[in-house]
Write a protein that binds this ligand. Structure first.
Ligand code: SAH
Length: 219
């Protein structure tokens, strides 16, 4: 990526209303083109979702920015992402957090994401192929949980794996094409919910996708 394109992406995000300095700096460090199939690479710096295979998409940069800002990730935080997809959002989070765990039900996607993270020298992201609606119990509790696929309600196992004062950002509602982005905060006595506006995500689907071409797990 040439410096111009990084700047184009950041200028575009600022125009879209993104003000969080740490998020903008993190996104400046991650070349979105590396996470996009070659046929769409010329559109990598546009504010659009793009196909990444397996019927899935890499999210719009402005949505990645909005969700990352809403998560309020600190440098000592451990983050769980459900829905690795291309691995782009976890790469952005890796610049904000201490450690990122990310899980996807498509082995073909986790394999590709691991390869991209390795090629970029990102050391603090761990990828797993599994049903992420169950969370990652071995690594819980998490300071932050990001869900990048839509579900009817915030999944119970994820709420259970959110540490005290933890924040989860999750698209909620699967009856139509548009969902509400919800920010959940765990308090000493329960959960607080805030609506952050409309978003469009692929649905959270139960179970692991059978992948006949796969050799071994994502990691
Ligand atoms: N964050 C991604 C984009 C996510 S697209 C990026 O940066 O590119 C949503 C992803 O959620 C898809 O890859 C889909 O396979 C995954 N997904 C859907 N249901 C899932 C589940 N139950 N567990 C884990 N991943 C799931």
């Amino acid at each position: 990526m040439t410096p111009e394109t990084v700047l184009q992406l950041i200028v575009m995000l600022r125009r879209a209303g993104v003000t969080d300095k740490r998020v903008l700096e993190a996104m400046e460090q991650v070349d979105r083109a590396r996470f996009v199939p070659a046929t769409f690479r010329d559109r990598a710096y546009e504010d659009v979702a793009l196909p990444i295979g397996a019927g899935q998409t890499i999210s719009q940069p402005s949505v990645v920015a909005q969700m990352s800002a809403a998560l309020e990730v600190g440098p000592r935080d451990t983050v769980l992402e459900v829905g690795t997809g291309s691995g782009y959002h976890s790469a952005v989070l890796s610049k904000l957090a201490r450690r990122v765990y990310t899980v996807d039900r498509h082995r073909s996607l986790t394999r590709e994401a691991v390869a991209t993270h390795q090629a970029l020298g990102i050391p603090n992201v761990t990828v797993m192929t599994a049903d992420g609606s169950l969370g990652w119990p071995q690594q819980a509790p998490f300071d932050r949980i990001l869900v990048t696929a839509a579900s009817e309600d915030p999944p119970g196992p994820l709420l259970a794996q959110l540490g005290e004062n933890g924040i989860m950002v999750v698209p909620v509602g699967v009856s139509g094409p548009v969902q509400t982005l919800v920010k959940v905060r765990r308090t000493a006595s329960g959960f607080d919910y805030d609506d952050l506006g409309d978003v469009r995500f692929v649905p959270l689907v139960q179970g692991i996708e059978p992948d006949v071409r796969s050799g071994r797990p994502g990691q």
